[in-house]
Design a protein around this ligand. Structure first.
Ligand code: AQP
Length: 332
């Protein structure tokens, strides 16, 4: 079975629809056919300032949402990144293999610096992609299910894996991104040219999974579209409608072509209303499942402890090989 690894940041209490459709939903599917490792990446989250109590809470809420989305800890490995110290250890080695110019080309750093301001940009934020490289390589992952925004980081991962393998000896699996096109980039409902993001200027176009379903339904109904009225799929000219169609398709399982036929002769309002209902039908049981995991913190901690132990076995073995290959003397 191919090995899969992915992670999500506990930067806010609730995941948004982009996180779910772009990443977590793939995780649930892949646990059936792969040897899957999924983690809450708290070390990534601290690359921007976090309130300690909120980070602790959001880490648990994130794990509960992953389980609520359908992840089964019996069929995959779920853990918290900081429980496996090898992530930070391998990241250091990888930092020493990464060119400064190479790291400077990462667009997410530029975007986040622009959003959070230059003064808020830490060295940790700059080197965030290298920590992600370590995350993936530690587990010898074959595939990494992520949204489109992570493609560049995956390319860096491949480059560094190959560089290490060439410089020392074949050590790392060179991973491939797993980015299904239809859900690779879910857009903000108010600005369909920008990706849905936790840190958008306003939350009007952001569908947070733990919000009251009624509030999300309202956001779907007031989604920005265009002055035309015919429901057709055109990413360039009708990005708002295209985004709604892609979300509908992902939630309903119907193809975009089927949906266009279904909405023939109907206006945008019909698409929005149907989407609001579809989302409510999905999110209501998701919230209930998430709540059951949050109501039993001892069980949640147990699941995460089992996951961390399984993860450490593999991560530890990889790090030992790496330390040996680069010439570090083992502790007696
Ligand atoms: N809009 C999106 N469409 C599809 N996939 C998305 N992902 C994020 N936004 C979208 C994917 O979700 C996974 C977890 O991402 P993350 O933990 O790195 O979250 P994020 O990128 O920090 O989310 P935001 O909302 O975009 O946060 P900010 O605004 O802080 O940057 C990843 O696989 C990601 O690709």
């Amino acid at each position: 079975r191919p090995r899969v690894l992915s992670g999500i940041q506990p930067t806010s209490g609730s995941f948004h629809l982009g996180n779910y459709l772009g990443a977590v939903r793939q995780w649930v599917e892949l646990q059936e056919t792969t040897d899957a490792f999924y983690m809450v990446v708290d070390l990534h989250a601290i690359t921007v300032a976090q309130d300690p109590a909120a980070l602790r809470e959001n880490t648990r809420v994130s794990a509960a949402q992953i389980l609520g989305a359908g992840l089964d800890p019996e069929r995959c490995t779920l853990f918290v990144q900081s429980h496996v110290p090898e992530h930070a250890q391998l990241a250091w080695v990888m930092n020493c293999l990464t060119g400064f110019g190479e790291a400077s080309r990462m667009t997410q750093f530029k975007d986040k610096t622009a959003r959070h301001g230059n003064e808020a940009a830490t060295v940790g934020l700059f080197t965030y992609p290298v920590l992600m490289v370590a995350d993936v390589l530690l587990y010898q992952a074959d595939e990494v299910p992520v949204g489109e925004d992570q493609r560049q980081h995956l390319e860096l991962t491949r480059d560094l894996a190959e560089r290490f393998n060439t410089r020392y000896a074949p050590t790392f699996t060179v991973p491939k991104p797993h980015i299904p096109k239809a859900t690779a980039k879910i857009m903000d409902l108010q600005d369909p040219t920008a990706k849905m993001s936790k840190s958008a200027a306003t939350t009007k176009g952001l569908i947070s999974l733990l919000d009251e379903p009624k509030l999300s339904a309202k956001k779907f109904k007031s989604a920005v579209t265009d002055t035309d009225t015919v429901v057709t799929y055109d990413e360039e000219k009708k990005p708002g409608v295209a985004n709604l169609l892609r979300i509908h398709s992902a939630l309903s399982g119907q193809s975009v072509e089927q949906l266009v036929a279904h909405f023939e002769g109907k206006m945008y309002g019909a698409l929005k209303t149907e989407l609001a209902e579809l989302f409510t039908d999905w999110v209501t049981p998701f919230q209930q499942r998430t709540r059951t995991f949050l109501d039993d913190p001892a069980e949640l901690d147990r699941v995460l402890a089992v996951g961390a132990e399984k993860a450490r076995e593999i991560a530890g073995a990889t790090l030992e090989t790496v330390y040996d290959r680069i010439g570090l003397v083992p502790a007696a």
